[in-house]
Structure formats: C-alpha cells, structure tokens
Design a protein around this ligand. Structure first.
Ligand SMILES: [Fe+2]
Length: 305
C-alpha cells in the first residue's frame, strides 16, 4: 500500500509537534555517529543498570530479562550501537540508530517500519538521575531494545511503524500514540497467572515497577485496542491505568487484524475516555482506588501506593 522505503509526507493539516531540527542533522534525523561516552557517563549507566536490576527480577517479563542477557547490556558502560545492531540483526533484523532528541512522528514511524530503533544520543546526568522526561540512551536501550530480540515484538514494532502512515492520513496520530503509550511504554503482560512488566517506561524508571504491579491506586484492565486508542494518558507522572495483554502474540494479532480505516473513521480527534476511567466494556483485573492521584500525585507528598 505504501512505500516504506521513503520518509512519508505529512498530509496537509495533520498536526505534528513542532521540533527544531539541529543544523548538523539530515532529514532522517540520524546523528552521523553515536557519541563517545566518558567514564562518568559509563558510571551513570552502570548505576542505573544496578538500580533497575534490584527491582526487575520477578517483575519484568521473561522475554525482557532474556533479551538483556542475550545482548549483554550489563557488561558495563553505555552500549555501542554498532555492536548492538550486529547482535540484533542476527536475531530479528533490527538495528539501533542514534538520534539527537525526540524526533517527529513521521520520521519515527519510518525508522520503525524499516526495523531501525531510534535511540537518544545522550545520557542523563547525576542531577536528573531519578527522573528525566526526554528519552535518553538508558531509557531507549535498556528499556526498549531487549524486547526487540523477541520475534513477535520485533514484528509488532515494525507493524506499528507502518501503521503510522494510515494514522497520518486520517489525522489520528493521537489515537495511535495512545496505543504505543499503553503497550510499548507502559504495558503489562500476564505470565503464568502473574502480572509482569513489558513497557519500557516502567522498566527504565525507579518508581513505577512496584506501583504498576502491586499498587492499589491504578486500574489494571485487559487490553482492548479500540478502547485504548480512545484513552488519554499522563506523560509526567505514574499512570492511573495500566492495560494488560495475554501474550505478545495476542497483542500482535489484536493490532494487525484490526480494521484501522474503520476505527479512524469512528474515532474522534480528541480522547473520549479520561485516563482513570473504567467503562462498561472493560475486563477489569483491579479497580484502582486512585489514592495516589487523589492525594496530589507528583510534586506532592502523595505516596505511590
Ligand atoms: Fe520510550
């Protein structure tokens, strides 16, 4: 249907976030090469890695932990994208490419559609060790890359990139963005009757792993693609709702079998459901108290319970 080898044109009238492209960057938004990190940077990676590994065994899904090991991401220091890409290429045909910052949606989709994962070309500092809003190399590589070793998630990510073309034609990027948010960034998965994390936003941060799985505040609801694409989300605090998949195969199937033309024609440009809403069609695993949000959320004394 579309030629995924070329950067898609953004249709007239489609809203995309305004981003100023640095002067040394071409239209593909790729850095000429990965920057070289010094020993302080490597130490930050190592400390972040160690902190997450205190939390994640028994909480992260097994495919993620296997991916970490296969790619040897704990061998010390910020991983080199070239080595990483060689390893990934053999496993699932993906590579990791450096980008300066958040990149425009249509360029991001284009890279994914070609099995290239854009990753930040910088690492956070000691000052922003606990929280950084822009995706840095730790979030992108530690959080996202391990699951690209899983053949089903590798395909899902590519399908997601291809799906961007259609969302742009219908001017429904927000809806597709919500799907990414609630799966790739903040998704949970059922594994042997337990809940586990597969979303990179949770896996790469210190506060959300326990909250997402064990907290009483958030809703935990089985994923329904139509519903999720109509649901608002928060970008700078713990989520009021998490969506749960049965398996990566199920997520892939729910997505590729969906008639997105029909969905986009029936979906409003804004979100229909608030991020804390529980609605009739939901298969609810846990109905949250929303105590954390109700007592003030980030920036207050609210406990993430
Ligand atoms: Fe991310």
């Amino acid at each position: 249907m579309s030629d995924f080898s070329r950067i898609p044109r953004v249709p007239e009238g489609t809203y995309t976030a305004p981003l100023r492209r640095p002067s040394h960057i071409g239209e593909n938004w790729l850095e000429p090469k990965q920057r070289s990190y010094d020993s302080d940077d490597d130490a930050i990676w190592n400390d972040l890695f160690a902190r997450q590994m205190e939390l994640l065994p028994g909480r992260a899904c097994s495919a993620f932990l296997e991916g970490l090991e296969r790619l040897d991401l704990g061998k010390g220091g910020v991983p080199e994208f070239e080595t990483l890409s060689e390893q990934l290429n053999k496993l699932t045909g993906w590579s990791v490419v450096p980008v300066p910052m958040l990149i425009p949606d249509h360029v991001f989709f284009w890279h994914l559609a070609n099995r290239r994962f854009p990753a930040g070309n910088f690492i956070r500092t000691r000052e922003t060790f606990d929280y950084i809003q822009e995706p840095d190399v730790f979030h992108d590589v530690f959080g996202h890359v391990p699951l690209l070793t899983n053949p089903v998630m590798a395909d899902y990510m590519q399908e997601y990139g291809k799906a961007g073309w259609k969302a742009m034609q219908y001017n429904r990027l927000k809806a597709l963005g919500a799907l990414y948010w609630y799966t790739v960034e903040f998704g949970l998965i059922r594994e042997n009757d337990d809940l586990r994390i597969f979303g990179a936003g949770i896996l790469s941060g210190p506060r959300e792993a326990i909250f997402a799985l064990e907290g009483q505040s958030p809703n935990r609801i089985m994923l329904n693609v139509d519903r999720v694409m109509r649901t608002d989300y928060v970008i700078d605090d713990l989520q009021p709702t998490y969506f749960v998949i049965d398996s990566f195969e199920d997520l892939h199937r729910q997505t590729v079998e969906r008639d997105f033309d029909r969905l986009y024609r029936n979906i409003s440009p804004g979100f229909t459901y608030a991020n804390a809403a529980v609605i009739d069609v939901d298969n609810v695993l846990h109905r949250g108290t929303q105590e954390y949000q109700l007592t003030g959320g980030r920036g207050s004394d609210a406990r993430p319970v």
